[in-house]
Design a protein around this ligand. Structure first.
Ligand code: BTN
Length: 285
């Protein structure tokens, strides 16, 4: 079936009643990585909220130095510029995951879920991933004492890079990814409209960023509803050491909370943690 969903800034912007995100939208036919373009625009504070899309990337990247490849016009490849963000990296990471999952909503009757830190899961397979980059880059052990949970005293510049698989079929993915990757078309048994998905994405990010700045508990509550790991056993590598335990919650500053098999409770921040125990392994770098 022909796909008539070429990304067009005017179509994405039509009736887009967002306060902050997508006030300006750029669509590139082909670029290295939308995160690279976004980083250039992020040098100018006025570009807060700018959304950059591309039909194709020649050097798309995922977390932990992985490549993020997508055939032309098969995905939503988007980067959002935040030049004036109050949130710490941990809360922003949670907020983005909640926003992308909530923006996708139900696909083919199944709710999009979150695999901490930044994978979006449909029917047990990864449909989207988020790559957060910041200037200065993420520091381990944030030394800023927050005024409210998850809120910085200073403002930071971030790039939120989002890749959503839309038109891929099973054979579009390399053999090693086929058991763990999916797309909106596969899960919905229909052809996605990337323009309306892009709108939903921007609206949801706009909404959840505002929520996070006002009340981080609403974000963590929503994360709890959408998490596939909460109350399940999780194994992970933190700074090179393996830990395992039951996931008992999330902290908006310190990350995933595990009741360790060895006893005691410990928190793990996304920047130093790789999840080990399920089909999709992730690292936030
Ligand atoms: C991951 O799951 O590893 C994160 C993938 C993020 C991919 C997106 S596509 C748009 C933006 N530009 C990039 O180069 N990467 C992100």
């Amino acid at each position: 079936m022909p796909k008539n969903d070429q990304l067009d800034p005017d179509k994405i912007k039509a009736n887009l009643r967002t306060k902050r995100i997508g006030r300006k939208i750029l669509v590139y036919s082909c670029t290295s990585s939308t995160n690279d373009i976004a980083a250039e625009y992020a040098k100018n504070k006025k570009n807060d909220g700018l959304a950059i899309f591309a039909e194709e990337q020649t050097a798309g990247r995922g977390r932990a130095g992985t490549k993020w490849h997508s055939e032309r016009a098969d995905s939503i490849l988007c980067s959002i510029v935040l030049t004036d963000c109050k949130l710490n990296p941990e809360l922003l990471s949670l907020t983005c995951a909640v926003a992308v999952a909530d923006g996708l909503g139900k696909i083919g009757g199944t709710e999009a879920k979150i695999k901490w830190p930044n994978d979006i899961i449909l029917n047990g397979k990864k449909v989207a991933g988020i790559l957060l980059e910041s200037t200065p880059r993420f520091r381990g052990g944030d030394n800023v004492i927050p005024a409210k949970a998850g809120i910085h005293n200073d403002r930071r510049t971030y790039i939120i890079g989002i890749g959503i698989n839309c038109h891929q079929n099973k054979d579009s993915f390399p053999a090693e990814l086929q058991p763990i990757a999916t797309s909106i078309d596969i899960e919905s048994h229909s052809i996605a409209d990337r323009v309306s998905l892009a709108k939903r994405l921007l609206i949801s990010i706009d909404h959840w960023l505002e929520v996070a700045e006002k009340n981080s508990k609403k974000v963590t509550d929503q994360w709890r509803k959408l998490s596939i790991q909460l109350n399940h056993r999780v194994a992970l590598i933190f700074n090179g050491t393996r830990f395992a335990g039951n996931c008992i919650g999330i902290d908006p500053e310190k990350g995933l909370i595990l009741q360790l098999d060895t006893g005691g409770v410990r928190m793990f921040d996304a920047a130093h943690t790789s999840i080990l125990n399920s089909k999709v392994t992730t690292t936030l770098s």
